[in-house]
Design a protein around this ligand. Structure first.
Ligand code: URA
Length: 275
């Protein structure tokens, strides 16, 4: 019933697979109620959303109002963004201050991430780590599936860092980082590199890469002769740090979450997941 069908036009030409098939689940919840529960507005507003053709269920456009879906299994998209229908799931961006350990509970009693979400009832965990000396964007969630996916090398979510380095920065540094520098645990390559600012003796550079090996940005910049003085992560895929102040959290927007959850897996990772 949920198979996409391929149809032939009058002239015998092969058409796009028919994705308008039946997504109706008679035991399910009305689609407009599901959308309203996901925060897309009143039921009336959600009905209008459906009728305007902006909603897809399990890859199929739905324009009729009678459709019912199982919120536990249906993949519902609005404007191409996958919705999280499980309202128990929480997704936060934190601006981790320098000096805070990237763990929810530090055995040695150092300042950890728990202090910044002490008022949240959910059991949250962090997606990946930042060095204790590194500041900036870190995601916190109770969605284990998403956390796992985002950390898996095959998803290759790009991360952006601003680094203050000892300068001046030679012209060929960007080319060398993009070509790949040899580190003790293998080559590391930047997706992009940009000189943001430069004053005598110091420079600020932006590095984008999609891997998360320990101290990787610091090691890459040191390898091209620019030890890092200060490091800030400013972006993870579609999520920007923006002007979130140090120590503050904010919920991810629906757009950020939809884009993170919909992030396609890239080509298979090399060498058993290591890059
Ligand atoms: N690279 C680093 O060197 N440190 C971090 O915290 C993250 C990436």
């Amino acid at each position: 019933m949920r198979q996409a069908r391929t149809t032939r036009g009058r002239g015998g030409d092969e058409r796009e697979p028919d994705r308008s098939g039946d997504v109706h689940d008679p035991d399910g919840v009305r689609l407009q109620k599901v959308l309203a529960g996901a925060g897309l507005g009143s039921r009336r507003a959600c009905e209008a959303l459906i009728e305007s053709g902006r909603v897809r269920v399990d890859g199929r456009a739905v324009r009729e109002l009678g459709v019912r879906v199982d919120p536990g299994t249906a993949q519902v998209e609005v404007d191409g963004l996958l919705l999280q229908l499980d309202t128990s799931k929480v997704y936060l961006a934190l601006n981790k201050p320098r000096g805070v350990v990237s763990t929810m509970r530090d055995e040695q009693g150092r300042e950890d991430l728990s202090a910044f979400v002490a008022d949240r009832p959910e059991r949250l965990f962090h997606v990946g780590r930042l060095d204790t000396d590194t500041e900036g964007l870190i995601l916190l969630t109770n969605d284990g599936d998403l956390a796992h996916r985002l950390q898996h090398p095959s998803f290759e979510v790009p991360r952006t860092y601003l680094a203050e380095v000892a300068g001046p920065v030679a012209r060929d540094v960007g080319r060398r980082l993009r070509a790949g520098v040899e580190l003790e645990d293998g080559e590391a390559r930047a997706d992009s590199f940009r000189l943001v600012d430069s004053v005598p003796g110091r420079a600020v550079v932006e590095v984008v890469l999609h891997e998360g090996r320990k101290h990787v940005v610091r090691r890459m910049l040191a390898a091209v002769g620019h030890p890092v003085l200060r490091l800030v992560r400013t972006r993870i895929g579609p999520v920007h740090l923006g002007d979130l102040r140090a120590g503050a959290t904010r919920p991810l927007t629906r757009e950020e979450l939809g884009r993170l959850r919909g992030a396609p897996a890239a080509r298979p990772a090399r060498r058993g997941g290591e890059r």
